[in-house]
Design a protein around this ligand. Structure first.
Ligand SMILES: [Zn+2]
Length: 519
């Protein structure tokens, strides 16, 4: 594994929406200092940042010369930024990265940055996940955000202060923001080398020593409050330093003024309505009844997974229903359209049923959530099938389950009722063409690697995937396209739609689904 090289980093205080001015300042300083990356605290953008400013950046009328990372401050985010993120992810323009309410990133220089944005609202913090529509426009952080971020990082920055940061300090006590417990707990769990928050005044605490099992003793954190960008009172608003990797040759002596940690190391509070509703943090072990505890899980973590609600860059506008264990979203590039469906179903109606927990296969879910998740997937499947049935259509539902997949989901596609009797033959023939034969059965308990399809005539077909088998991921879509006679739509990338069209489809789906929606 490659180790990062010492890198010069710049951190600036809240620009309160003066985006271009702050970026110009950074660009200017970069010319002489050659930073590796920059962090902007607090409100780089605000809800009121003009769209023209965002356009200027997106059209590259202003070039950001080095990676700049920022999160959601206390003043929200302009719609132009959140909609960009929903469509294209966190990079607003080349080199400018929005880490949302909760973000974890590895820089090009291989350092890790964790960011917790927004404000602390105790009620919202503890809301059950299913009650809370996770959204890019969210302005306060949630328990699951703190859990997701609770892993080692080089730099932590948050919009709000940790509580008790002046504990154990021998510096004169100052009148600083009082902070909150979740951010303090996060800091204790992350053990960052550097921890920055936006501050009304410049504040530098003595370094403190983290202590935890499995952590080399003497891991030292440095905490800074950085004053607002170009503030009128002349408080220090920029901090530059050299970040060293946490490896032997760079872990120097513990500084003489180092104190004990002001933060109590404790597990992030797990108070919540149902233990089943929380997306497991990326490092949580996966266990199954069958003892596959060491089974390699997906390499893509929840923060980069396009089916994880905790990923700030997923397309939230495609979500049509959220249950306790699973949710439904429309796919990008649906196979069907109003023209390929029965006239009674005048919109694409192709939908995905997705477990909320990040797992590449259902059998890799924890014992406690397996049954409730599978039950709810079927409940969604039955509800959508009923909706189709009421509109002269039937459902083809298929699933690819693989230990090395990313995030398991079910594709649900309508076909006109008249075509239903042909579905079995099309799937059987498609299998023949691909060199295998289906078994007509359901999956066995804890079966891991398989393709499964539920046909409208009641048959369930399963094909066991061998470990080295190169299975065509479009198999189900290809077979369904043949049933309907729309093979030109097999490649979803040729079926992509404008966001406006997607939003219209979401509205249509929701209104047709309403009588069957149990969420
Ligand atoms: Zn996921």
């Amino acid at each position: 594994m490659k180790v990062p090289k010492p890198s010069k980093v710049l951190v600036i205080g809240s620009a309160e929406g003066r985006v271009i001015e702050a970026l110009e300042y950074i660009a200017d300083l970069h010319k002489t200092h050659n930073f590796k990356f920059v962090i902007c605290l607090g409100n780089l953008f605000t809800r009121k940042t003009p769209t023209a400013v965002v356009s200027k950046l997106k059209n590259e009328k202003f070039l950001v010369p080095l990676p700049v990372y920022f999160g959601v401050g206390s003043a929200g985010m302009p719609e132009a930024v959140t909609s960009h993120m929903a469509m294209y992810g966190p990079e607003i323009c080349p080199n400018l990265f929005c880490m949302g309410i909760c973000g974890f990133m590895k820089t090009y220089s291989r350092f890790t940055i964790a960011q917790l944005g927004g404000t602390y609202d105790e009620v919202k913090f503890n809301e059950p996940m299913n009650k809370r529509e996770k959204s890019l426009t969210e302005r306060s952080f949630h328990l699951t955000d703190v859990q997701t971020l609770s892993k080692r990082c080089d730099i932590l920055f948050s919009n709000s202060w940790p509580e008790n940061v002046q504990n154990k300090s021998s510096l004169p006590r100052r009148n600083l923001p009082s902070g909150n417990a979740p951010v303090a707990a996060l800091a204790a769990n992350c053990m960052p080398q550097y921890f920055f928050v936006p501050s009304p005044v410049y504040y530098e605490r003595e370094p403190y020593r983290n202590s935890a099992v499995n952590v080399p003793s003497g891991t030292v954190s440095r905490f800074f409050g950085i004053a607002p960008f170009k503030n009128p009172t002349g408080e220090k608003f920029a901090y530059a330093f050299t970040l060293n990797p946490l490896t032997g040759e760079y872990v120097g002596d513990v500084p003489p003024n180092c104190t004990d940690s002001p933060f109590v190391l404790r597990p992030i509070p797990l108070k919540r309505a149902s233990s089943e509703q929380v997306i497991p943090p990326p490092d949580s072990p996966i266990s199954t009844e069958s003892g596959f505890t060491r089974f390699k899980k997906s390499k893509v973590g929840p923060d980069a997974c396009f089916f994880c609600l905790s990923n700030p860059s997923i397309s939230l506008h495609l979500i049509v229903a959220i249950g306790n264990e699973a949710y439904m979203a429309l796919p990008k590039g649906p196979l069907t359209t109003k023209d390929t469906n029965a006239p009674e179903l005048p919109f694409p109606a192709h939908v995905l049923i997705i477990p909320i927990a990040h797992a590449s296969a259902l059998s890799l879910l924890s014992d406690s959530s397996y049954k409730s998740t599978v039950d709810e997937l079927h409940r969604f499947r039955e509800a959508v099938t009923q909706m189709y049935n009421a509109h002269n259509s039937d459902a083809i539902v298929y699933e690819i389950s693989r230990a090395n997949g990313v995030h398991v989901h079910w594709q649900v596609i309508p076909i006109p009722k008249a075509l239903s009797p042909t579905a079995l033959e099309y799937f059987t023939n498609q299998a023949k063409e691909s060199g295998f034969a289906f078994e007509e059965r359901d999956i066995r308990s804890h079966e891991l690697n398989y393709f499964r399809v539920f046909l409208p005539t009641g048959e369930i077909l399963v094909h066991t995937l061998s470990l080295r088998e190169r299975f065509d991921l479009q198999f189900g879509r290809r077979a369904t396209a043949k049933i309907i006679g729309i093979e030109d739509r097999v490649d979803w990338r040729h079926c992509s739609q404008t966001e406006e069209a997607e939003k219209k489809d979401v509205e249509d789906f929701k209104s047709y689904f309403k009588p069957y929606d149990f969420t």
